[in-house]
Design a protein around this ligand. Structure first.
Ligand SMILES: [Zn+2]
Length: 281
């Protein structure tokens, strides 16, 4: 991946130096509620998060990324590229302005406006404070255990979480909130899958425009992202965890679906082609 033409974001909060792993000044989320979220790779099911979004935004913050921290600088560059790219997509494809999300680097656990964030949940987005939360240990995990190495695989993960931010800003979370909270688990999960596949498609839309504007892709990069999308497919993860696949329990989509929607966004670059709710498959 080539990031030399991308600017460095100033929206990264580095909370990794906290002693306990808690965010500095860490109040424990809204109303003292500590949320025990189900551990899952690659993003919290947004309906879990949305049940609790009525609290005040988290006030904890961190420092900016040190200049001699290559991993932190890489994240800040990718985030900066998404900011630039989404600003232009919003200008041309929506009639709104793109409000930039913040990205929190943490270790182990940190407080968020959606409850306690834990590294075991994988990277996630909290709509209540418009922040992406990332423990960089997940990237090691992707490389070692999920067999999805590479810088563009990591960029795809960040772009997927930013995709959730785009959904939040566009009102898509809100629109589907009731469906995601219905008691029928299988149907609620199906809505969650549509939401996740759309975030994958948006990651592809980002890559399309970043490539057109700044030629960020090197040979093999798309394959890296597709391998990552496949590795975090629900069927792949379920097979690894329990040896068999239970489609009704899917919350993020199968490997084939995740690859297909990322590719679709990448090919088209159009938000309207990411209507996973209207599409089957
Ligand atoms: Zn997600």
């Amino acid at each position: 991946m080539r990031l030399n033409r991308s600017r460095t974001s100033s929206n990264v909060e580095d909370r990794r130096s906290g002693r306990s792993g808690l965010g500095r000044g860490g109040s424990l989320g809204i109303g003292g509620i500590v949320l025990a979220l189900v551990a899952m790779y690659f993003g919290v099911d947004p309906n879990v998060v949305l049940n609790l979004v009525d609290g005040p935004a988290s006030t904890t913050s961190g420092s900016t990324v040190a200049p001699d921290d290559p991993q932190g600088q890489f994240v800040a560059k990718v985030l900066g590229d998404t900011e630039e790219t989404w600003r232009s997509i919003f200008a041309t494809q929506t009639n709104g302005q793109y409000p930039e999300p913040r990205l929190v680097l943490y270790r182990g656990a940190t407080s968020t406006a959606c409850g306690m964030g834990q590294a075991a949940m994988g990277p996630f987005y909290c709509p209540a404070d418009q922040r992406v939360y990332l423990d960089l240990a997940f990237f090691d995990e992707m490389q070692r255990r999920l067999n999805a190495p590479g810088d563009f695989a990591q960029a795809y993960v960040i772009a997927h979480e930013v995709g959730h931010h785009v959904q939040n800003v566009l009102g898509i979370f809100e629109k589907h909130a009731a469906e995601r909270q219905q008691p029928d688990r299988a149907r609620a999960n199906a809505v969650s899958v549509r939401m996740e596949l759309q975030a994958d498609c948006y990651a592809g839309v980002w890559a399309h425009h970043a490539q057109a504007q700044r030629a960020v892709l090197e040979p093999g990069d798309v394959e890296e992202a597709l391998a990552a999308a496949s590795a975090v497919g629900d069927d792949t993860l379920q097979r690894k965890a329990q040896g068999h696949v239970v489609p009704d329990a899917f919350t993020h989509g199968s490997a084939a679906q995740r690859m297909r929607w990322f590719q679709r966004g990448l090919d088209s670059g159009q938000l309207r082609d990411c209507d996973t709710f209207a599409a089957g498959g």
